[in-house]
Write a protein that binds this ligand. Structure first.
Ligand code: ADP
Length: 186
């Protein structure tokens, strides 16, 4: 977890590769569907371009299908999901059903102004349609309203790992691995 621009996607790929499990990024799956012009992509695009969340039923169904794929049987890392309380409940149900358990929830913390700058930089290099300043600010607002409350939910469950997301990519990766090592020992 972490606000837009915190570096979730970058870190998710490295961590998942280390554990030999897929990194499942809801944002990437939506974007792939938008590029292919699928029905899901057409529906999701309206929300994504405005910086709004795609409705829970659409997102939940997509994640359920993805974790049913054989490569997710040994485990998986979710990037960008859950983002709402309804998605937390749905995820609990899904992993209860598949027999997986939640090992850890990693939150990357970064100062909001730093994030806007990072996203504007990313807009120049990657050209994402939702990286304009207005949409970036909207995405930060929605994160604060809908997703930040999940941090307390997972803290209460004792699953939360908070990592400072400021610094070089490799430094942040090292912090995450160090924090995850303590989880697996306990
Ligand atoms: P960000 O850097 O903004 O977190 P993502 O690539 O993770 O970017 O997501 C891009 C967009 O995809 C979000 O702004 C939202 O519209 C949609 N999206 C991704 N994950 C979810 C989710 N779990 N629930 C609803 N919408 C989502």
């Amino acid at each position: 977890m972490g606000p837009p621009g915190a570096g979730k996607g970058t870190q998710a790929s490295t961590i998942a590769a280390h554990f030999g499990i897929p990194a499942i990024s809801t944002g990437d799956i939506f974007r792939a569907n938008v590029s292919k012009g699928t029905e899901l992509g057409i529906e999701a695009k309206r929300y994504m371009d405005a910086g709004e969340y795609v409705p829970d039923d659409v997102t939940n169904r997509m994640v359920r299908n993805r974790i049913d794929e054989p490569d997710a049987t040994p485990g998986f890392l979710l990037d960008g999901y859950p983002r709402t309380l309804a998605q937390v409940e749905e995820l609990d149900g899904m992993i209860g059903f598949t027999g997986h358990s939640l090992d850890a929830v990693v939150v990357l913390t970064v100062n909001p102004e730093e994030l806007v700058q990072r996203l504007l930089e990313r807009a120049k290099t990657e050209g994402r349609a939702d990286d304009t300043e207005d949409v970036i600010r909207r995405r930060q607002e929605i994160y604060a309203e809908q997703t930040e409350p999940l941090i307390e939910v997972y803290r209460e469950r004792g699953a939360l790992i908070e990592v400072d997301g400021l610094g070089e990519i490799d430094e942040v990766t090292e912090r995450i691995f160090a924090a995850l090592a303590t989880v697996h020992q306990s």
